[in-house]
Each structure stands twice: as C-alpha cells, then as structure tokens.
Design a protein around this ligand. Structure first.
Ligand SMILES: Nc1ncnc2c1ncn2[C@@H]1O[C@H](COP(=O)(O)OP(=O)(O)OP(=O)(O)O)[C@@H](O)[C@H]1O
Ligand SMILES: [Mg+2]
Length: 435
C-alpha cells in the first residue's frame, strides 16, 4: 500500500485535516497530524434562515471578491426570505444573462419588478442596477431642468456617469438609499459590483466625493466657478501655469468640459457629499447586515479577511461568511489514503470491474484531498477570525441560473446546520479534527 511518496504525503495531509473517528493512521500520518499543534477553532454556526426572516433585518449586503457568488447568493437569500413571507427586493448588479432572465429581468429598467415565485408566502422583486440612469436621477433631483440638460450633454459627465471607477459602487449605495427611503420593503438584499476588491464598495462614497471635491478638480475649474473672466483675475499665476500644462496634456476641450460640468454641479456638491455620508450611515444602522462571500481559495479568503477587518474597524455589522462552491466528498468515512490503497489492491486483484472500482476509489481520494485543502483554508480563516460564523455551500453540478438552482442554493444557505448528506455540519467541509 502507498508506495508512491507524493501520494502518501497528500493523503497524509488529508488525514491530518480530516481524520474520521475510528480510522487508524500510519506512523507517518500521526507525525503529520502532530505537526498541527493547535487545532483550528471550529467556526460558529451561521443561521442565515433566522437572519433573513427576523423582522428587524432590513438590509443584507452581500460582499466579496470578484466571481465568488455574490449575485447568486443575493438572489438565493432574497428568494428564501420571500418564500418565508417577507416582501423582498433584491438589487442585483450585472447578473449573468440567464439568471437575469429567470428573474424576469430582460433589460435594465432600474426599477424593481415582481418575480413570479410559485408557492411563496411573500413577494420577491428584483432589479438590476442601471448605473447611468441612477446618476441621471440624482442630477435631476438636485438641479433645475436646464442645468440637468447642460450636465447630461457634457461629455465629461457622460464619461464619469458610465465609466468612472467607483461610480457603480457609489450608485449601488445611492439606489439602496432610494429603496430604503421608499419604505415599501421588509427586506432589501444588495448585491455588490464585480470589483477586484470587496473594499471598493465601502470606499466608493468617499472616493466619489473626494473626486468631485478634489483639489485638482477645484483648481481646474476655479475660473468657471468664480464666474468667467472675473475668475481669471483671482486665479493665481501658479494656477494659470498649471492650467496651461493640464490643457496641453488633456486638451483644451476636455478642460472646458470639466469646468462646465463642475460649475453646473457646484450646487450639488453638498448634496453628493451629504447623500454619500447618509447612505454610509445607513449601512451602520441596526437592521443592516453584511454577508461576506468567498470561495475556498486563498485570494478570495484573503479578500474576505480584509473585508471582515474593515467592517470591524468601521463598526459595521457582519453577519458571517458564506464559503461558496465547496467540494465535500460524498462520504467522509473513507480517507484518501485508504481509498488510494484500496484502488491499488483492487487493481492488483484484477477481475471484472476492477478498473472501474479503482477509478471510483481514486475519484473519492481526489475529492477528499480537495476537501482537505478547502477545509485547511477555511480553518485558517477561522483561526484568524474565530468570531465569524461560517456557512458552507457546496458547488452545484452546473451554474446557478434559474429559480430551481436558486432554490437549491437557498436550501444550502438556510437549511438546518446538521442536515447534510454526510452529517457534517454546514459550517465545515470535513468533520472536525479529533482533539
Ligand atoms: N454554489 C454554486 N454552485 C455552482 N455554481 C455557482 C455557485 N455559486 C455561484 N455559481 C456560479 O458562479 C458564477 C459566478 O457567480 P456570481 O455571478 O454570483 O458571482 P459574483 O460574485 O456575483 O461575480 P461578479 O464579481 O462577477 O459579480 C455564476 O456562473 C454562478 O452561476
Ligand atoms: Mg455579480
């Protein structure tokens, strides 16, 4: 058994991470086990069913690194809350086309639409954020019609409203503020934009107001703001020099566009900053909860770690971590080592079906190894953040793009902690190590 050294090592790690009660281990495995001097603390259970059905929960924000399942988790949680009787709106951002279609969102219309969910006691409404329309609405709300027209026609505004880094995050917050102010929803579930860093969402309001209020933009637009020619008189020689250089680099037209834009927005400065601050505060109010989503991969978990630390520094309420797309084995009663050993033996014995049986055993061994790696990453996160509750969601066989898929995901997110096919609680991928 186990002649191949690399396999042995991988299997040894598996045992060290996922020993099942009653298994005997070889001496080498025991040595590997002993190397883990301090077993990771077991994560706290994460009761998402209670969170989303509690009437005092009014906003749930799903954050995380790019591609980890924020949009899917948001939609699944909203569906579960609606099924349980709440009137829910989910604000999705760039959902995959098929998911959007299954939510009845054929096109961007920036307003919630009711989703037909057979058997739901409550109501599910879904919307996709239209960043530009949201920005336009803010401009209209804060200026006269003529001014708004000027702003809309300005090429600089057109660029800012559709492509400035952070505009999407800022507008998602803006939309959240609007939805909350409407008072129509028991629960608002907010998806966050597909940025590299989960922190971008929290940084957006500040970045936006810093940008609009920034020194550079103030300098650039000083003449326009001070009123045409008179303004030039007050502008210092230093500014004129600076302005000429910038003009050269950016082109005079762009500079004029920026000047005109900021002049038109001048009355809105206070408005933008106030709104950004108010929405940021909304995120801190009781009733708002953050759900951090990650996959069992180093980058995604590192991002989740930063985010958790930031929430705690900002005194924002973290509900817990959803560890999405995990790969639990069908059974944990057979370690990778034993499955690989059995595969060898079956092959040696030969006979009909030996190849097939050995293949199945090897697949299981591989699956145990993957699960052990994922568990190790999860344990590392829990060691660093023992106070963070965790819920694991196994990878579905295919993409989650329809209501049935979302229901499956909702069950995995909100079902009882110990109600899993392998009996392993949903806060773990493999059974806890023996202490
Ligand atoms: N548990 C799961 N099992 C299988 N597929 C999943 C699971 N969760 C998410 N997916 C799939 O992974 C892909 C990415 O998911 P999703 O769009 O929700 O991620 P995201 O974090 O919103 O991404 P982005 O950062 O690009 O917005 C989708 O195709 C989705 O169907
Ligand atoms: Mg998304």
């Amino acid at each position: 058994m186990n002649q191949a050294a690399p396999l042995d090592t991988a299997a040894g790690e598996t045992v060290a991470e996922g020993t099942v009660a009653g298994e005997t281990t070889t001496g080498r495995h025991r040595r590997l086990s002993r190397r883990v001097a301090h077993p990771a603390p077991e994560a706290l259970p994460f009761d998402l069913a209670e969170l989303i059905t509690d009437p005092s929960t009014r906003i749930v924000v799903c954050c995380g690194a790019g591609g980890v399942g924020k949009t899917t988790t948001s939609a699944a949680l909203a569906l579960a809350a609606a099924a349980a009787g709440r009137t829910v709106v989910v604000l999705t951002i760039d959902p995959a086309r098929r998911l959007a279609q299954s939510l009845g969102l054929g096109e961007l219309d920036n307003e919630p639409r009711r989703v037909d969910v057979p058997g739901a006691e409550g109501e599910l409404h879904a919307m996709m954020l239209d960043m530009k329309r949201t920005f336009d609405d803010v401009v209209v709300a804060h200026s006269t019609p003529e001014r708004a027209e000027q702003v809309f026609a300005n090429p600089f505004y057109q660029a800012l409203s559709s492509s400035f880094a952070g505009t999407q995050e800022y507008m998602a917050m803006e939309k959240l503020g609007q939805l909350r102010a409407g008072g129509q929803w028991d629960l608002i579930v907010v998806d966050t934009p597909p940025s590299r860093s989960a922190l971008d969402f929290l940084d957006a309001p500040n970045r936006m107001s810093r940008f609009l209020d920034g020194t550079m933009i103030r300098l650039l637009t000083a003449p326009a703001r001070a009123g045409g020619r008179a303004g030039f008189k007050v502008a210092s020689a230093g500014f004129l020099f600076f302005s000429r250089i910038i003009s050269k680099i950016l082109g005079g037209q762009l500079l004029r566009d920026i000047s005109a834009f900021v002049a038109a927005l001048d009355t809105m400065f206070g408005g933008f900053r106030e709104r950004a601050t108010a929405t940021y505060e909304l995120l801190r109010r009781p009733g708002t909860w953050f759900v951090v989503v990650a996959t069992p991969e180093p980058d995604a978990l590192r991002e989740a770690s930063y985010f958790v630390d930031r929430l705690s520094a900002e005194q924002m309420p973290l509900a817990g971590l959803v560890l999405n797309r995990t790969h639990p084995p069908a059974t944990t009663a057979l370690t990778a080592t034993r499955a690989d050993g059995a595969a060898e033996e079956v092959l040696e014995a030969g006979g009909e079906g030996a190849e097939l049986a050995a293949g199945a055993l090897r697949v299981h061994a591989e699956r145990m190894t993957v699960a052990a790696r994922e568990q190790r990453l999860a344990d590392r996160f829990t060691s660093a953040h023992p106070q963070v509750a965790v819920r694991t969601v196994p990878a579905a066989a295919g993409d989650v793009h329809d209501l049935d898929g979302l229901r499956g995901m909702a069950d995995a997110l909100t079902g009882p902690d110990d109600d899993t096919p392998t009996g392993v609680p949903r806060r773990r991928i493999l059974p806890a190590r023996r202490r």
